[in-house]
Every structure is written in structure tokens, then in C-alpha cells.
Design a protein around this ligand. Structure first.
Ligand SMILES: Nc1ncnc2c1ncn2[C@@H]1O[C@H](COP(=O)(O)OP(=O)(O)OP(=O)(O)O)[C@@H](O)[C@H]1O
Ligand SMILES: [Mg+2]
Length: 268
């Protein structure tokens, strides 16, 4: 390893090969979003180019949100728009992106017995069902440590270890919650600005990803991220949530009417 490389070891050769397939797929989407170059692959170890910039901070939320939207737009062009939210989506030979619900349902319900959260078990099940009707996107962990703000290349997305399918907005909600849990409260204005950039870069209609959805997905992420409080995260989401718990409940119980998936002119 040189100062210019970032080496990561995986549990076995197969896990490393999965990451190589994820990386190749993401790069070949030609989204304009930058990923570090993969320099070497030896058994269960991968070596990427090392990016010099700092990881993303609160001031970078909109920039990173735009990159996520850009990625979704390219993935839709590459066929992801036709994916079924809860069916593994093949990207490269044997490699598939897992569906949204299956890897999460049990973990969410278990987390809800341990963490304070305005959502109920019924809300979780309802939103897991609703997700199947929402625009499908890819989900790659969007915590701020996984976006490096390169001085000359903009936001570079690292850590492609786990990719799944997820409803539009799910990754943006992760970015917002983990930014807040890392650095302290994120304002509503910052969230709205980031959401606007994300939707615009994706090219879908705003009503397919309203703020209410972000509010619900943010609670999903809080539940799933809560165990890392005190390690990566200095702030409790319950103490710094951008909106009130009552607003979350209202968003979760407002069953947004969803239209069946249809082509959108701007994405042809
Ligand atoms: N190519 C890279 N160049 C520079 N820094 C990197 C690179 N890849 C990863 N990093 C930094 O190292 C951290 C750890 O790498 P990675 O995200 O792959 O592992 P992780 O197990 O998910 O750790 P974490 O939870 O801290 O993100 C990243 O969060 C990022 O800040
Ligand atoms: Mg990471």
C-alpha cells in the first residue's frame, strides 16, 4: 500500500468479487459521479486510489444529494427503472442487488423494541408495503464518511460494499440523518434544498419523493443506525430531529396515493 492507495480487505474472495462487480456497474453507468479507481484486486483484498479531500460535512449536503440524484438518473437509463423493488436485480453475471424489504424488515422491528421512535411496528410494515409502489433506485450507504469532497473532482463516492434496491429518497434520508447524528442538527431549509437538487438531478416529478417520505425513511435509518451512537455518531436523532415527532407520525399516517410506475418524459 502506498500513500496514494486505499486498501480494504473483505471476509472472503467472493465478498471482494461482489464489490468489484458493484464498482464496475456503478462506473459503467457513466453518471458523471466519480468513484475511486480500482487499482488492484488480490484474493479478498482490493486497492483503490486514495482521495485526498475531506469527507463530506453539513455544507456539502446539497452537493452530495445532487450526485445521488445523478446516479439514479443514470441507473434508470441503464434499466433500473424496470426493477421490482423486492426482487433481486441482476447487474453483472451472478451479482444481484438485493430487494429492499427482505434485508430490513426483521432488523427494523428488532430495533424498534430498543430505540425510541415515533413510528409503530404497523407503520414500518405499511411503509415497507408502500415502498413497492415507489420509484426504485439503488441504495449505497450514504453516510458522510462515504463521500469525499475532492478539491478538483467534486464529491467522490466510496464504499460500494453493500448495494440494494430502495425507494427514491431512501439514500437522501440516510445522508440527512447521519449528517445530523455526526455534526448536529440539520435545518429544514437544508433538507428542502438538498431534496430539490436530488429530484432535479434525478429528473422525476417532485410528488414522487415528497418531504413526508424523507421524514419516514429518516426514522428507518435512525432505527438502523442507532446502535452506532457513541461510535461514529455524537448526536441522538431524537434530540436533534429536523422536524417534530408529531410531524413524522402525521407523514407516516398520510398514505400518499401512489401511481403505478409509468415512463416520465424527461427520462426517455
Ligand atoms: N478511496 C478512498 N480514499 C480516501 N479515503 C477513503 C477511500 N475509501 C474509503 N475512505 C475513507 O475510509 C473510511 C472507511 O472506508 P469504508 O467506508 O470503505 O469502510 P467502512 O467499514 O464502511 O467504514 P466507515 O463506517 O467508517 O465508513 C471511509 O468512510 C472514507 O472516509
Ligand atoms: Mg463506509
Amino acid at each position: 500500500m502506498t500513500p496514494h492507495t486505499f486498501r480494504k480487505s473483505f471476509r472472503d474472495v467472493e465478498a471482494a468479487e461482489t464489490v468489484v462487480a458493484h464498482h464496475r456497474w456503478l462506473v459503467e453507468l457513466r453518471s458523471g459521479v466519480v468513484f475511486p479507481k480500482l487499482l488492484a484486486h488480490t484474493g479478498s483484498t482490493l486497492e483503490f486510489e486514495r482521495l485526498p479531500g475531506p469527507t463530506a460535512g453539513t455544507a456539502d449536503i446539497t452537493t452530495v444529494a445532487r450526485a445521488l440524484g445523478q446516479l439514479h438518473r443514470a441507473a434508470w437509463r441503464g434499466g433500473l427503472r424496470h426493477a421490482d423493488m423486492n426482487r433481486p436485480f441482476p447487474i453483472d453475471g451472478a451479482t444481484k442487488l438485493a430487494g429492499f424489504t427482505e434485508p430490513r424488515r426483521q432488523r427494523l422491528h428488532a430495533a424498534l423494541t430498543k430505540a425510541e421512535c415515533p413510528l409503530t411496528h404497523d407503520d414500518i410494515d405499511t411503509w415497507l408495503e408502500i415502498s413497492a409502489e415507489l420509484p426504485v433506485t439503488l441504495y449505497k450507504d450514504a453516510n458522510p464518511r462515504n463521500a469525499i469532497i475532492s478539491p478538483d473532482r467534486g464529491p467522490v463516492l466510496v464504499d460500494v460494499d453493500t448495494l440494494t434496491l430502495a425507494p427514491v429518497g431512501y439514500d437522501l434520508a440516510k445522508l440527512i440523518v447521519t449528517m445530523a447524528m455526526t455534526f448536529g442538527a440539520v435545518t429544514r431549509e437544508q433538507v428542502v434544498e438538498a431534496l430539490t437538487s436530488y429530484i432535479t438531478a434525478f429528473g422525476i416529478e417532485a410528488d414522487r419523493c415528497p418531504l413526508g417520505h424523507i421524514q419516514v425513511w429518516a426514522e428507518f435509518h435512525h432505527l438502523l443506525t442507532h446502535p452506532w451512537c457513541g461510535q461514529h455518531y455524537a448526536h441522538e436523532w431524537n434530540a436533534i430531529r429536523t422536524w417534530s415527532a408529531a410531524e413524522v407520525v402525521s407523514a407516516a399516517r398520510t398514505h400518499v396515493p401512489v401511481r403505478s410506475r409509468e415512463p416520465h418524459a424527461r427520462d426517455q
